[in-house]
Design a protein around this ligand. Structure first.
Ligand SMILES: NC(=O)c1ccc[n+]([C@@H]2O[C@H](COP(=O)([O-])OP(=O)(O)OC[C@H]3O[C@@H](n4cnc5c(N)ncnc54)[C@H](O)[C@@H]3O)[C@@H](O)[C@H]2O)c1
Length: 302
């Protein structure tokens, strides 16, 4: 495969930094822009030490610097990892987040970047699937909450840009991602691992029977890399197809640990999720490859 110039917006974040490592292994020229609002340069420490073609710019992609950055690098693909922030609580968060996607699409169109790949949380566009619907296939978008509205708006905007301005896209709807470099409060696996490591009981909402599709960050980086070449015009699930209950996850992480403590159930909590990877297999030539037990063992140094 010939090396290409690939821009990673949010490349100093959890998923972004693993993707950068992955793209450098393939010999690509990698250009990272990150405003470090939730990411960290420490995440890129290994990549920056490697003898590889990597640049980093500390900028907000939404502003004029963002457009100048795209114009300077003229990437063949832009990978956008700042489309839907973890917490979308106020309408201004929604507007600011959507503005990032609009700014990137505008810059891509003006400066000849033919494709944009976007990562979105599947949990906010999957509605409330029934047991018999799992593993869930891609279908009509069913937004949940403000983040769901944002994710659907981002997909609609990408479809519009494709039809109107010939900017190609692939949107990946990710399961619950876990792995090294995740901050302790940023995901169920990271928070349970932090509790286990400190010898504390896990704090689990409700009865802990809610389930998630837990996908290792290496598998996600591989799917994002595949989407730079394939999956045009599609929204594609990236998950394992397995629904893991939070109480069972705690048992796997800390089999001899203290009993978990229950915190009040959240009325809007998603009851279950597992994602079909059939479309990813066909259109990205990607399948999940890290079994949960192995991913957890590696994370826990077992
Ligand atoms: N982590 C998960 O479990 C998960 C699950 C599903 C989907 N996703 C999606 O994947 C994407 C990345 O998630 P993550 O967990 O790596 O998050 P993250 O917060 O670690 O990474 C996002 C990065 O974007 C940067 N950023 C934010 N606004 C920016 C701006 N205006 N200009 C430049 N950089 C900016 C942040 O500093 C950060 O480094 C998000 O869109 C998220 O919705 C994550």
């Amino acid at each position: 495969m010939s090396p290409r110039t690939i821009a990673v917006v949010g490349g100093a974040g959890f998923i972004g930094s693993h993707l950068v490592d992955r793209l450098l292994v393939d010999g690509h020229r990698v250009r990272v822009a990150d405003d470090l609002s939730s990411g960290s340069l420490a995440n890129l420490a290994e990549a920056r030490q490697a003898d590889a073609d990597l640049t980093f710019d500390h900028i907000d992609i939404t502003g004029p610097e963002g457009e100048a950055w795209i114009s300077r690098h003229r990437p063949e693909v832009i990978i956008h990892l700042a489309a839907v922030p973890r917490r979308v609580t106020r309408s201004t968060d929604l507007a600011a987040a959507w503005a990032r996607t609009l700014a990137l699409l505008d810059a891509a169109r003006r400066h000849g970047s033919p494709k944009i790949v976007v990562a979105l949380p599947a949990s906010v566009i999957s509605g409330n699937p029934r047991v018999k619907d799992l593993p869930l296939k891609e279908g009509d978008l069913q937004p949940r909450g403000a983040a769901g509205i944002l994710a659907r708006t981002v997909i609609n905007t990408l479809e519009h840009a494709r039809a109107r301005h010939a900017v190609e896209f692939t949107a990946l709807a990710l399961g619950t991602v876990y792995g090294p470099r995740q901050r302790p409060n940023d995901g169920v696996v990271a928070s349970l691992v932090a509790a286990a490591t400190a010898g504390r009981p896990a704090m689990i909402t409700g009865d802990g029977k809610q389930s998630r599709d837990l996908i290792h960050v290496d598998d996600v980086a591989e799917a994002l890399a595949a989407a730079t070449r394939r999956g045009d015009g599609l929204t594609i699930n990236v998950g394992t197809g397995q629904a893991t209950r939070v109480i069972d996850l705690w048992e796997m992480i800390a089999p001899d640990g203290p009993a978990p403590r229950a915190t009040p159930a959240r009325p809007d909590e998603l009851a279950r999720l597992a994602l079909s990877s059939a479309r990813a297999r066909i259109h990205l030539d990607w399948s999940p490859f890290t079994p949960l037990a192995d991913g957890l063992d590696r994370l826990l140094g077992r």
